[in-house]
Design a protein around this ligand. Structure first.
Ligand code: ADP
Length: 356
């Protein structure tokens, strides 16, 4: 029996996006519906290429259409990463989402998480930038494998490095290490603006990930006030002292009206070469803190020797192609973060404070 377009759209309006909790038609995700008798061809436009729910959506669409008599259902997926609601921004209008990665203190794996989020999102097909704003811990050039390379300049403008599928700018490469003065106090705001925005040519991006300096001092504050952030991810290790610091970072974002996308637990536990798991810092502490604060929990990254080795040798893609347990842990975090950004972008825009 031949199907009609209205019937198909009605059936699809009963299918919910399992993460966004709205139906596919209201979300404007159904594109290019074509009918040939009782065969249905359609395109589903995801809100992020890193959507972890593709298979569930496929299953639910097939089932809804078979229920109205479709003999076969042919689904193509595409993605159109959405940015926050509201009018176009003045700052970096070519970037759909700017995401800060923060931590209450140094050494918890904030740069590691920023970089692996960037690589994971890029592997899903998203256009990714990485801004290394950690003026205190210049580990990013090593982790990217670009240590010692001079900045790429065109005229007097900085062109981000294109490495491992991401466009990256590291402050370490732009600022001589013997000139730390500019990073003090209110001057930091002007220096960041000049270096990272006014004088850098960022391409069109779906996500720009900003590795903030740790803590809640002048520098992370200045960066958060300068950039119109879609949201912030907080990296914590599970022991109580680290979580106390993370809570201070969370409160900073709240005061600045930066939406908090959630908390991720790094160094959750150690995975031995035989696959055995060793609880070192009190696994699960971050999830509890997230629940207490009413914030999403974005997953756990255990301690992996390979991760440290791949970071030291500037080869982060290997984290996604080597040890399957490591790849899976990272992939889950990447999907969860992308999902939280999509959810956030369905909400009305929060006011962005740009005062300093
Ligand atoms: P931060 O940016 O918070 O100062 P880094 O990301 O620079 O911390 O990480 C500090 C060190 O710990 C680096 O050598 C990094 O490779 C290592 N590291 C971070 N997370 C892990 C992990 N889950 N497993 C193994 N090593 C890790």
């Amino acid at each position: 029996m031949a199907l009609f377009r209205d019937q198909v759209m009605k059936a699809l309006s009963s299918v919910q996006d399992p993460e966004l909790h709205k139906d596919l038609v209201s979300l404007n995700m159904v594109k290019d519906v074509r009918l040939d008798g009782s065969q249905v061809f359609l395109n589903i436009e995801l809100t992020t290429p890193a959507c972890p729910m593709k298979d569930v959506i496929r299953r639910d669409v097939e089932s809804a259409l078979r229920n109205i008599g479709a003999e076969s259902v042919h689904i193509d997926f595409s993605a159109n990463t959405r940015g926050p609601a509201g009018p176009p921004r003045d700052v970096l209008p070519q970037v759909r989402n700017i995401l800060a990665v923060g931590a209450g203190k140094g050494g918890v794996g904030k740069s590691t998480m920023s970089l692996n989020l960037a690589v994971g999102l890029a592997r899903s097909g998203a256009r990714i930038g990485l801004m290394d704003g950690d003026v205190y811990g210049p580990s990013m050039p090593t982790m990217l494998g670009i240590k010692g390379l001079p900045p790429q300049l065109r005229g007097n403008r900085v062109i981000p490095f294109f490495v491992h599928g991401i466009h990256a700018v590291t402050l370490g490469a732009l600022v001589p290490p013997d000139k730390p003065l500019i990073w003090r106090g209110p001057m930091a705001h002007g220096a960041f603006k000049q270096l990272l925005l006014d004088n850098t040519t960022w391409p069109d991006l779906d996500y720009l990930i900003v590795d903030l300096p740790p803590g809640t001092g002048d520098i992370p504050l200045a960066l958060c006030q300068l950039l119109p952030l879609t949201g912030a991810v907080i990296v914590a290790t599970p022991q109580q002292v680290a979580l106390d610091d993370a809570t201070r970072a969370i409160n900073m974002f709240k005061q600045l009206h930066v939406p908090i996308l959630g908390l991720v637990e790094n160094m959750s536990y150690f995975v031995g070469p035989d696959g055995s798991q060793h609880d070192i810092f009190g696994r699960g502490g971050t999830e509890q803190t997230a629940a207490q604060m009413g914030l999403p929990y974005l997953g756990a990254l255990p301690i992996f020797t390979e991760l440290r080795i791949n970071s030291d040798s500037g080869n982060p893609p290997a984290n996604f192609t080597g040890n399957p347990t490591l790849a899976e842990a990272l992939q889950l975090i990447v999907g969860k973060v992308a999902g939280e950004i999509s959810k956030r972008n369905l909400e009305p825009s929060a006011p962005v404070l740009n005062i300093i």
